[in-house]
Design a protein around this ligand. Structure first.
Ligand code: 4NP
Length: 148
């Protein structure tokens, strides 16, 4: 799960999916394309919305996406167009590039819809983000648990 800062959208996506896949051997992680918040805890608003729905992300810490993530992961989900451009820029070949997709394409294939950046908004933005992440990670969970 990749966003810009790795303190709002992607740690929430990681926490939600981790919870849904806890009885599988899938590895779930998140990163930011920027180094702005490396080693920082998630934004307090992200921690709060997670807690409201029973997902504890308070122990997660920011890290920056690196090219080695293409080797560690089969699928790389980005939140928005700028994340997509920044991650694809690091791809070494077509196989790397083919691992990258918009998270919301799990809900609406090929829509390239964005999970809006909630950083500069209020709590309602985080409610909206949580709902989108919950729906999209349901689709991933179905695929992991039922193959495909
Ligand atoms: P995120 O949100 O990409 O969902 O973690 C942001 C966090 C920090 C900043 C921007 C977006 N920032 O500019 O510091």
């Amino acid at each position: 799960m990749v966003c810009l800062g790795n303190i709002c959208r992607s740690p929430l996506a990681e926490g939600i999916l981790r919870e849904k896949l806890k009885d599988t051997d899938a590895e779930v992680d998140s990163a930011g394309t920027s180094s702005y918040h490396v080693d920082e805890a998630p934004d307090p608003r992200a921690i709060k919305i997670g807690r409201k729905y029973g997902v504890n992300i308070s122990d997660l810490r920011g890290r920056q996406f690196t090219v080695s993530d293409f080797d560690r992961f089969d699928r790389i989900y980005v939140m928005d167009e700028s994340n997509y451009a920044n991650v694809v820029e690091l791809a070494r070949n077509e196989a790397d590039k083919n691992k990258v997709d918009f998270l919301l394409n799990e809900l609406e294939p090929s829509s390239n819809r964005e999970v809006p950046d909630p950083y500069f908004g209020g709590d309602q933005g985080f409610e909206n983000v949580y709902r989108l992440l919950d729906q999209a990670t349901d689709e991933i969970t179905k695929k992991v648990k039922h193959g495909g």
